[in-house]
Design a protein around this ligand. Structure first.
Ligand SMILES: [Zn+2]
Length: 198
């Protein structure tokens, strides 16, 4: 019986690249970031709550100064929310990516955010000029390739609007991530290794 319990607990884990992820969902988001050459650390930091319970955001993106938490689609449990808020108070904003990698808005928890929890506000975007990938409000680039006037014209309809969230590279990353369904128990090679053969 002991064996079975251990088996079922580890059955959800997914080995992808250098990491053993706790869920397929986390591994799929790792594939998404690999497809975009976004550097990430998996569970590098944990935070000890008063009650002795740890909280450990799933990803740290060093070049984005962002912590990511991956959650199945649906509401955050109250307990999860409490832990996340405590984390945010001491460690800064937390972006929550919900569900499978698809083009949609994500949530942000931040003490400087009003309200503290915003839904569907954060999106992956790409600057069509310098091709920088961002994780920002509506996927708007923050690279200064567009001046404010240009952005205002776009969003007011005065000039053609560019959808920063729907570029070829982003669409391809979503496609690749979803294709990795991690249904076999075999070790899956990191995306970079696979791409080297293409
Ligand atoms: Zn740019």
């Amino acid at each position: 019986m002991k064996y079975r319990r251990e088996y079922s607990r580890s059955a959800h884990r997914v080995v992808y690249g250098e990491h053993t992820f706790r869920s397929k969902l986390e591994a799929q988001w790792a594939v998404f970031m690999d497809a975009l050459s976004i550097k990430y650390d998996y569970e590098p930091y944990s935070f000890l709550l008063d009650e002795g319970i740890g909280y450990c955001p799933d990803f740290w993106l060093p070049n984005y100064d962002s912590f990511l938490e991956i959650k199945p689609a649906g509401a955050l449990a109250e307990r999860e929310m409490e832990k996340a808020l405590l984390w945010v108070e001491f460690n800064g904003d937390l972006v929550i990516l919900e569900g499978f990698p698809i083009r949609k808005g994500h949530s942000l928890i931040g003490t400087n955010t009003r309200p503290v929890f915003t839904r569907d506000s954060i999106r992956w975007g790409e600057c069509p000029r310098c091709r920088t990938i961002v994780l920002s409000d509506n996927g708007e680039p923050n690279c200064n390739c567009f001046d404010l006037e240009e952005l205002e014209d776009m969003f007011s309809g005065a000039s053609p609007e560019v959808d920063f969230t729907k570029t070829t590279r982003l669409k391809e990353a979503y496609r690749i991530a979803r294709k990795h369904s991690f249904t076999t128990r075999n070790r899956v090679l990191p995306l970079q290794t696979l791409m080297d053969f293409c």
